[in-house]
Design a binder for this molecule. Structure first.
Ligand code: CAA
Length: 261
């Protein structure tokens, strides 16, 4: 792969968009490689994925404007679908995905971060959907996910004005969960990944599915979704072990890692 770095570090992995000269902008090849990298994640071992960008300056500075500049209407729609398909795969990926936003997250970069389960960022991060200034709409899910994350009013303001916001404002409006000094961002993401990975994997996966699927459903349907995923945890080795561990009154006991993926 030319533009994606992937490193498994025990029970979590770090995927880096690596096109630093173009501030990690997403052309078709980067999007294809992102999809291929997801295919390559060993889900028997990896329990949490971190996505970040190469270099000091940028997470992802958007979809590639050079590539988009000559597209026809049909090609534009197909390019939007290519981005949407891979970002939807991230959103529905079986394990939690953390975006470690290490700089510019503009247009497709903000959209990539929003397809992840959890976003944290460095103090130099900048978020925005500048597309209308280029004569287009956000095309990789921005109109949908931004409104769901920060509310329709704030999303409309950001998208219509194309105004970029800094890390502290992104945190205040709920677009990111935390802001870290630049050098502390990846360690913080890794610490979070480790704390996720130590929990029962089937239960964590079922939580992701319950939250995601529930958000698209009525409360009645959502609660049925939850009941099924809750029930699905029973009779698993991890449920048996986790509960037996709690009930065991032996104070010397040491908790073993959960096994199932
Ligand atoms: N596409 C293609 N190339 C890009 C890019 C992008 N989105 N963003 C940056 N680059 C390239 C620049 O062209 C430049 O290349 P050269 O060195 O070959 O000239 C290189 O990355 C460095 O960029 P700058 O010199 O512009 O760096 P800067 O520090 O002065 O500015 C920036 C940084 C503010 C992020 C600026 O690069 C910028 O505004 N980039 C575009 C951001 C943007 O509009 N993103 C949205 C794209 S549209 C979209 O994403 C649609 C969608 O929803 C799917």
């Amino acid at each position: 792969m030319d533009y994606i770095l992937y490193e498994q570090k025990g029970a979590y992995a770090v995927l880096t968009v690596n096109r630093e000269k173009a501030l990690n902008a997403l052309n078709s090849q980067v999007l294809d490689e992102l999809g291929a990298a997801l295919d390559g994640v060993n889900l028997d071992e990896v329990r949490c994925l971190i996505i970040t960008g190469a270099g000091e300056k940028s997470f992802v500075a958007g979809a590639d404007i050079g590539e988009m500049s000559t597209l026809t209407k049909a090609e534009g729609e197909a390019f939007g679908k290519k981005g949407n398909d891979v970002f939807r795969r991230i959103e529905t990926f079986p394990i939690p995905v953390i975006a470690a936003v290490n700089g510019f997250a503009l247009g497709g970069g903000c959209e990539l971060a929003m397809s992840c389960d959890i976003r944290i960022c460095s103090d130099n991060a900048v978020f925005g959907q500048p597309e209308v200034g280029l004569g287009i709409t956000p095309g990789f899910g921005g109109t949908q996910r931004l409104a769901r994350l920060v509310g329709a009013g704030m999303a409309k303001q950001m998208i219509y004005t194309a105004r970029n916001i800094k890390a502290d404002e992104a945190c205040r409006i709920g677009l990111v969960n935390g802001v870290y000094p630049k050098e502390e961002l990846l360690p913080a993401a890794e610490k979070m990944a480790v704390s996720i990975a130590k929990n029962a994997p089937i239960a964590v996966r079922n939580c992701k599915k319950a939250i995601n699927d529930g958000l698209d459903a009525s409360m009645e349907e959502a609660l049925v979704i939850e009941e099924k995923l809750f029930g699905g945890c029973f009779e698993t080795e991890d449920q048996r072990y986790g509960m037996a561990f709690f009930l065991d009154k032996n104070k010397e006991k040491v908790k073993e890692p959960f096994k199932n993926c």
